[in-house]
Design a binder for this molecule. Structure first.
Ligand SMILES: Cc1ncc(COP(=O)(O)O)c(C=O)c1O
Length: 440
């Protein structure tokens, strides 16, 4: 079937996420047919470097023999069986592997894994857990504290703890009760990242002095507010939030859906601050970009609040048809094994450092307002020269065989962690050329 025919059929029957359909046709949809390594190939046979890791999920590139084989092996055993009242080896093994990598301290350790599907559904589970655990400890805490510019997914609980006006304001009338503090990533002129972190912690302290007894959880994106445009912050913010959560008897939920699994150059972003959360959510890169699987890692303290007799009502009444799908779990196990064998997290640090070197020229160019980066997660904020400058840059890069996506006027580079030096140089150079061409 021709590309034109496929696009016509798409227009006739498909509604895409985060897509303004009045523009979809004129933006010339690409129809992806297959992939090889770091490249996606469209139905006309044109190759594109996957510079956004297929929306921040891909780790080793596409069609990785070891992961393909792991999924096929699992297919020959069973594609799916419920996790309600049954279990299976891939789900058990993955939980063990995740917990073995999880951050820990002398006083706090993540000891249980609850599976979900996408990132948002992990956040949803985590915030329900926090509320229910506190309730079952006899505490009435119906409030969440969250951070301006945060993004945790698009289900209503996750939107409730989000703070991106454009995405979230429409739904405010139907959301959970929350209190929001300022973003640690938006600095006043002349303010250092550290001072900003200290200021937001002080603001949070003041909020909690009034309302702390009602807050069941503080929900944060550790080290970087990704969807806000890679707004990075100082580790002091996380340390401060951890201390405040402890002081006020609230849980700290670290949403590592975007930043976890190595993207920041450490396995978990909270490691940059030596902070251990009570609940940690992950997704995206967990299956190396193969299949939808997310998880909540919980401390024994949270988990034990749910123990009781079957009739006590203390059960976590939450789950999904495809919870812990074995194909997804097999992909995730193969991914974590490959990451360990290949030193992928250390490689991510190298990739980040090379991005810094390669973007040095761009940083000095007056068409670029700021470059923000942690590990491989990079946001290049360009000067606006029209209605959709960031989008125009990405379209231009696409003409030169590179797929990247904007967040407003922030052009995001988020290559697969395993990207090699040549592909990375091509990604950055093409992006630079596209920015200079569009911004002038
Ligand atoms: C920090 C964070 N949490 C949650 C999500 C939602 O994940 P998903 O799109 O898989 O639902 C995202 C998605 O970008 C994210 O960046």
């Amino acid at each position: 079937m021709s590309t034109d025919e496929l696009v016509a059929r798409d227009l006739a029957s498909v509604w895409h996420p985060f897509t303004q359909h009045s523009r979809w046709a004129e933006d010339r949809p690409l129809v992806i047919d297959r992939a090889e390594g770091m490249h996606l190939i469209d139905t006309d046979g044109v190759r594109y470097l996957d510079g956004c890791s297929s929306l921040w999920v891909n780790v080793h590139g596409h069609r990785v023999p070891e992961i393909d084989a792991a999924i096929r092996r699992q297919l020959d055993r069973v594609a799916h069986s419920t996790y309600l009242g049954l279990t299976h080896e891939p789900g058990i093994e993955l939980a063990e592997k995740l917990l073995a990598t999880a951050p820990r301290s002398d006083t706090r350790q993540l000891t249980k894994v609850f599976y979900a599907g996408d990132g948002a559904s992990a956040v949803e589970a985590a915030i329900k857990m926090a509320f229910q655990a506190k309730a079952q400890q006899g505490e009435d805490r119906p409030l969440y504290l969250h951070v301006a510019e945060g993004y945790h997914g698009d289900t209503l609980g996750a939107v409730s703890v989000g703070g991106i006006e454009l995405f979230h304001h429409t739904y405010r009338p139907i959301l959970l009760d929350t209190v929001m503090v300022s973003s640690p990533g938006i600095r006043e002129p002349g303010q250092t990242a550290y001072d900003r972190a200290v200021a937001v912690v002080a603001e949070t302290r003041a909020v909690l002095a009034e309302q702390g007894h009602r807050v069941c959880a503080i929900v944060v994106e550790p080290m970087v507010q990704a969807a806000a445009g890679m707004l990075t912050h100082d580790a002091e913010f996380l340390r401060g939030m951890r201390a405040l959560a402890d002081e006020h008897g609230a849980y700290l939920v670290a949403d590592e859906v975007a930043a976890g699994i190595g993207r920041t150059g450490l396995m978990w972003a909270v490691e940059h601050a030596d902070v251990v959360p009570d609940l940690l959510t992950c997704g995206k890169g967990l299956t190396a970009g193969y299949l939808p699987l997310s998880a909540v890692l919980a401390t024994e303290e949270v988990y034990s609040a749910f123990l009781g007799t079957p009739t006590s009502g203390r059960t976590f009444f939450h789950g999904h048809s495809y919870t812990a799908n074995p194909l997804c779990a097999a992909a995730a196990i193969a991914n974590l094994d490959l990451m360990a064998a290949r030193g992928t997290v250390a490689h991510a640090t190298h990739v980040g450092e090379r991005i810094a070197t390669l973007t040095a020229g761009l940083a000095a160019y007056d068409g670029v307002l700021e470059i923000r980066r942690i590990g491989t997660m990079t946001g290049i904020e360009v000067r606006s020269v029209g209605e959709r400058t960031g989008f125009a840059v990405c379209q231009k890069a696409r003409e030169h065989g590179v797929l990247i996506r904007p967040l407003g006027d922030v052009v995001v580079l988020m290559p697969p962690l395993a990207i090699g030096d040549d592909d990375l140089e091509h990604l950055v150079r093409t992006t630079e050329a596209a920015i200079r061409e569009v911004v002038g």
